[in-house]
Write a protein that binds this ligand. Structure first.
Ligand code: HEC
Length: 103
């Protein structure tokens, strides 16, 4: 059984490594669940408690929302409200979020 435990620990450590440098979509998922699901649904395709569905949100839309709480030129927002704050501290995670939301 000891080998099984060692294998589990190895897998767990490998999992942590992935969080830091692994697939963009996996990193984006982590950021999404930590920063977005207070308002948006845990399933990005659905409406959340406060926010609209965000599945498929392209990078330009995420940049506009997170950096300026705005929208790309010509984009028709799903909601006319202005509840979501800018979250510029997440600028570096925008490609990861786009990769996660694209799936
Ligand atoms: C405080 C609640 C809140 C948080 C936190 C939040 N959002 Fe939002 N989001 C909203 C609301 C509400 C809207 C609708 C427009 C508005 O009122 O600002 C929105 C709109 C959006 C839109 C535009 C949808 C469209 O097509 O019109 C995107 C994309 C988006 N959010 C992504 C995110 C991401 C990614 C995160 C996490 C990094 C996040 N939001 C965090 C509340 C939130």
């Amino acid at each position: 059984m000891r080998w099984a435990l060692a294998a589990l620990v190895t897998l767990a450590l490998a999992g942590c490594g992935e969080g830091a440098g692994g697939a963009p979509a996996a990193r984006g998922r982590t950021v999404y669940f930590a920063q977005c699901t207070t308002c948006h649904a845990t399933d990005p395709a659905r409406s959340g408690p406060v926010g609209p569905p965000v599945k498929g949100a392209p990078r330009a839309l995420l940049e506009a929302r997170l950096l300026h709480a705005g929208y790309p030129p010509g984009y028709t927002p799903k909601r006319s409200s202005a509840v979501m704050p800018a979250m510029p501290q997440l600028a570096a995670s925008i490609p990861d979020l786009a990769a996660y939301l694209a799936n």
